[in-house]
Design a protein around this ligand. Structure first.
Ligand SMILES: [Fe+2]
Length: 242
């Protein structure tokens, strides 16, 4: 059993994407996660053709540097490397070629789409990833209108093999009432697999996992909160199928 909370989606590596520019801010975000009771973090820098294509060497360098900072905070604070992979047609080949990492070396892949992607496009990508043995985790599903306007599609995409991740801030209302309502419906209908911060900074899009855990427990009870925040993330870190 893991100690503390696990954040499976956050942008904490300095200077590699639109997360923190400097190590100093990265450490402040990390410290906030720690103060929230987070003890495992999978850092997930963006990978998106034409927008975020930082060389892996630079990412690994930043990751190792941040890991050293984590050790200074507490040796119980564990960092893992992942990636938020923006879907494209050669995605499976790139993953098989290990161009970018999966989540903590598991078969789980944090997969992001554009808000303009059609439902058919998302469904095909999920099926393609599953066929190749990957376990796609849909990053912040609340951001895709083709899904968030139709609850049946949430069920359908899960049936296709996708796992559902929503952002803590979206549930807490930081992205507006509509988004909160959708996330709340997903929660009530037990369609969510993971809740993560998608943290990018210390002022804006800052970590908030503890606040969301408390909110979830109040709404859904302690067993449910335990499942989402403690049990499910362990499946990723142990590379077991949820
Ligand atoms: Fe993200």
């Amino acid at each position: 059993m893991l100690q503390g909370l696990t954040d499976i989606h956050c942008h904490l590596l300095p200077g590699v994407d639109d997360g923190p520019d400097e190590m100093e801010e990265a450490v402040r975000i990390l410290r906030k996660e720690y103060d929230d009771g987070v003890r495992q973090l999978i850092v997930t820098p963006h990978y998106r053709k034409g927008m975020f294509e930082t060389e892996m060497e630079k990412i690994v360098f930043a990751y190792l540097a941040l890991r050293r900072e984590a050790m200074k905070i507490d040796s119980c604070l564990r960092l893992y490397l992942g990636c938020e992979f923006h879907a494209h047609s050669k995605m499976e080949q790139e993953l098989e070629g290990k161009i970018r990492p999966t989540l903590a070396g598991s078969r789980y892949v944090l997969t992001e789409f554009s808000s303009s992607h059609s439902y058919e496009r998302i469904r095909n990508q999920v099926s393609g990833l599953c066929r190749k043995g990957f376990l796609p985790v849909l990053a912040h599903i609340e951001r895709y209108p083709c899904i968030s306007q139709d609850m049946d599609r949430v069920r359908d995409i899960k049936a296709c093999g996708a796992y559902i991740q929503v952002n803590a801030g979206s549930l807490l209302g930081e992205s507006g009432r509509r988004t909160r309502h959708f996330c709340g419906q997903c929660m009530k209908q037990d369609l969510i697999d993971f809740i993560a911060t998608d943290a990018h900074g210390i002022r804006q899009r800052k970590p908030n996992l503890l606040a969301c855990r408390k909110y979830t427990e109040k709404k859904m009870g302690s067993d449910y909160a335990e499942k989402i925040f403690n049990v499910n993330p362990e499946y990723i870190l142990q590379n077991k199928v949820l």
